[in-house]
Write a protein that binds this ligand. Structure first.
Ligand code: ATP
Length: 320
């Protein structure tokens, strides 16, 4: 193998740059050439790509976002779109591809491998942490630290004003951000899409807390479980408590990646190159029990990663 390509696809996540840097530098270290593809599969189709060198990835390890930029490409979902991408594989002499993104991006990579036999390795980059085959995806740690920072700040004002605060966080289908940030931030209730909890239960818990002398309450809502504004309104109507709602939105995608995400991204990016050099194809890298491992790409999109029930129960016990 002499020349590989790398792209970032789907939603961006903090640490993608550290992963790109690892792919490029590890490949060059082993004498490979690297092509950087801009704007995910869109750039793959449109030949928006060019060679990368050691300097192309200088000074990016600490930056959020992705220097390769990212996109969602409807055209890549069609055989015609993928055949245009394959023409560029031939034109640029690409012999292996690293795809940094979420499960949708992996699906695209898997289909492309099946059709054109190009070895592909997926690197999980999504703040949602919902990919089967890895305990952590790049960007999740930074995102939950952003949420915890917000909880800390809200807690100050919540205590001063004796109010109930509702914080809506990202996670359309996955409650991982809400759950882990809720546990770390000491939230009273955590609403996630995987496990439905009634507003009555949330209100009962709130009332019990205030009766015991609690000065404030913080409720974390994953966007896929309910709308924060709606939860705030219902609690106000059912309890008479004053509620304030904060929607964190895209703040959670940005920011300088944490050390954890940079280390994870560096390990995963380097492993992806190693796998390609070993002749591995159609796999993703993942962090399992502290080790970077490879598993078939397919596994990643046959069902979302289930929520960790032990953590959910623990968060409930600790916020009693
Ligand atoms: P995030 O978790 O941030 O949403 P993602 O990688 O899951 O990231 P998607 O929008 O689902 O994001 O997928 C990214 C791109 O992957 C799509 O825009 C499309 O180009 C490609 N893709 C997704 N599914 C398929 C598929 N079935 N066949 C071909 N390509 C696909």
């Amino acid at each position: 193998m002499q020349r590989i390509a790398v792209l970032t696809s789907g939603g961006d996540s903090p640490g993608m740059n550290a992963a790109i840097r690892a792919v490029v530098r590890k490949a060059i270290y082993h004498g490979l050439e690297v092509i950087g593809i801009q704007r995910g599969y869109s750039g793959f189709i449109e030949a928006d790509m060019g060679p990368m060198n050691l300097g192309s990835v200088a000074d990016i390890v600490h930056r959020g976002g992705t220097v390769l930029r990212t996109a969602r490409s409807e055209e890549f979902k069609t055989p015609e779109g993928r055949s245009k991408a394959f023409a560029n594989v031939q034109r640029f002499g690409i012999q292996g591809l690293v795809v940094i993104g979420g499960d949708g991006s992996f699906k695209g990579a898997e289909v492309f491998n099946r059709e054109y036999n190009l070895p592909v390795i997926g690197v999980p980059g999504t703040i949602d942490n919902d990919i089967t085959g890895t305990e952590f995806s790049i960007g999740f740690d930074t995102a939950i630290n952003t949420v915890v920072e917000a909880i800390n700040k809200i807690r100050d004002t919540a205590t001063s004003h004796e109010r109930t605060f509702i914080l809506e966080v990202m996670g359309r289908e996955s409650g991982y951000i809400a759950l882990m940030a809720g546990l770390a931030g000491g939230a009273e209730s955590i609403l996630i899409p995987e496990l439905r909890q009634s507003i009555e239960e949330v209100c009962d818990k709130l009332k019990r807390g205030y009766k015991r002398g609690k000065l404030h309450s913080i409720i974390i809502v994953a966007e896929g479980a309910a709308s924060g504004l709606e939860v705030g309104k219902q609690i106000r109507e059912m309890t008479g408590l004053e509620t304030k709602v904060t929607i964190l939105g895209h703040l959670q995608r940005g920011g300088t990646p944490t050390a954890f995400d940079r280390i994870l991204a560096s390990q995963m990016g380097a492993k992806a190159v190693e796998l390609l050099m070993e002749g591995c194809r159609n796999h993703m890298v993942g962090m399992v029990a502290g080790k970077v491992v490879a598993s078939p790409l397919e596994a990643a999109f046959h069902g979302k990663r289930p929520i960790d029930l032990e953590i959910y129960n623990l968060a409930n016990i600790l916020s009693i």
